[in-house]
Design a protein around this ligand. Sequence first.
Ligand code: SF4
Ligand code: SF4
Length: 335
Amino acid sequence: MIKTKNQNNKWIKLICGASNEDIIAIEDLCAIYTAAGVDYIDVAAEESIVHAAKKGIEWAKAIFKNNPGLMISISDGNDIHFRKAKFDPINCPPDCPRPCEKVCPTSAIDNFGVKESKCYGCGRCINSCPLNQIYEYEYNLSKDDLSLTLQKIKPDAVEIHTEINRIDAFKKVADILKSSETKLEKISISCGLNQSMKKLQQPKDLLKALWERYEILNELNIPLIWQLDGRPMSGDLSPTTSRDTVKLFESIGSDLPPGLIQLAGGTNEKTHEFLNSNNLPDGIAFGSSARKIMQPHIEFANKNNKRLYEYPERMALAIKKAQKFLEPWKMSQLK
Ligand code: SF4
Ligand code: SF4
């Protein structure tokens, strides 16, 4: 029997598939963590990334009978998840051997430059250009793109990345979700205290912002997840970063609007230990820390341009490691 997502109403989410990640690594990570039993996989709202994630999930689903839900991340402002590459072909010498084109894993580059719809921002081409012609820009889905992307990808859930002061932009994204025919099982709202404004933004400001968003989304009648980002998108891997996440949860967790609570941003192998086991959040999301422990395995396979699952012994080791990493949370799900 295929185990469907979130049977216990407690879940573990893998965050992967933002820009600057290798598409093969995304496939491998999704395969490893699906096999290890995550309940959701969160990726950028980009078709090539979703395609890679689904390939990894399908591989593991066939063997391990786990079936995580697919969550896509969108932003109501500059999307820190997502960048694309660009250059002006007019500036390219006609005799350039075009290394940029050769390194691009999605054949996004041709004589006319970078095809935006095919680029997922891995950044490989940037370093390949001997004339430094290629640069990255932050990419935002336009209103039309977002509706179309939802239709094409049909995600199980959406996560909206927002910031305390972006209420008008948030409303616009919410309106698109309201008019979309895509049936979502959950909507997650990711908001943290902006690090650069830390002195100005207090937990009470965050609470007020989340209640405002609750008023906007409530009519949708879709379960809401409040994702508390201890250190939003920091990629900080030190074990103690968990303390910020746990501190935020403990200070405002009980005052959040109705819905479920998920911790992210700084979560790692220490997070469970730091939390009071009688007061655990509904969901936990792992990004950098889950990726880091898999890096040696994935690199081993990817340097030969292979997927890790093409090396069964190595894959088995990676899955075991992932299971160990998730173990405290899996145990909590059983309670
Ligand atoms: S165009 Fe550049 S950044 Fe975009 S997918 Fe290709 S190599 Fe990666
Ligand atoms: S490598 Fe640089 S100069 Fe050559 S075609 Fe690509 S962008 Fe142009």
